[in-house]
Design a protein around this ligand. Structure first.
Ligand SMILES: CC(C)(COP(=O)(O)OP(=O)(O)OC[C@H]1O[C@@H](n2cnc3c(N)ncnc32)[C@H](O)[C@@H]1OP(=O)(O)O)[C@@H](O)C(=O)NCCC(=O)NCCS
Length: 156
């Protein structure tokens, strides 16, 4: 991994950091961030795994995915705002893809708001293609709901 990024499995001791990263990142989008408890419950549910991304000793991002048979879903990904546009999101997404590939996953899915150009661009750049749309899926504070774009990546 480039630029000094390292990743490791997200564990019970990382829940406070993950919740704070999620709250910060999703407040910007007008969404409520997930609480420590919600992340803990997700991590404890079948097939769910998380990764924590570090750079220079700082925990700067995390991702969660759920695997079922040969399909997986990216549940969330967030990078600390002060560390963005330096390849961290791409590095973490690539680690997540490598993790699910190790578990025999052939297709990775995700949902992203159509008002989230940063994430849409990251996913397109990584090879995800749009496969569907859910109208008004994301409630937004103080602005109209956003559609969800469903995207998938076929893993060879
Ligand atoms: C989406 C997110 C994870 C990207 O993290 P990042 O570390 O900035 O991403 P990278 O630096 O690896 O950028 C990879 C590519 O994503 C795209 N991208 C990232 N930020 C962008 C922005 N603000 N505007 C447009 N494109 C952007 C670009 O294509 C970029 O490649 P480039 O730098 O070569 O142009 C980060 O913006 C974030 O945490 N956002 C809030 C939470 C979120 O939206 N999560 C996804 C929900 S579905």
């Amino acid at each position: 991994m480039s630029a000094g990024f390292t990743s490791r499995p997200l564990g019970a001791l990382d829940l406070d950091r993950a919740a704070s990263l999620h709250r910060e990142a999703f407040a910007e989008l007008g969404e409520r961030g997930w609480t420590r408890q919600e992340i803990a419950e997700l991590l404890a549910s079948p097939g769910v795994a998380g990764l924590l991304l570090r750079q220079d000793g700082n925990e700067i991002g995390f991702a969660l995915c759920r695997t079922a048979a040969d399909e997986a879903e990216l549940l969330t990904i967030a990078i600390q705002a002060s560390h963005r546009r330096r390849g961290a999101g791409r590095a973490l997404l690539e680690c997540t893809i490598a993790l699910v590939r190790e578990h025999g996953v052939r297709s990775l899915f995700l949902e992203v708001g159509d008002d989230n150009p940063a994430a849409l661009s990251l996913y397109r750049q990584t090879g995800f293609a749009p496969v569907g749309r859910r109208a008004g899926y994301y409630a937004r504070a103080a602005r109209p709901a956003a559609d969800a774009i469903v995207m998938s990546l076929v893993l060879k």
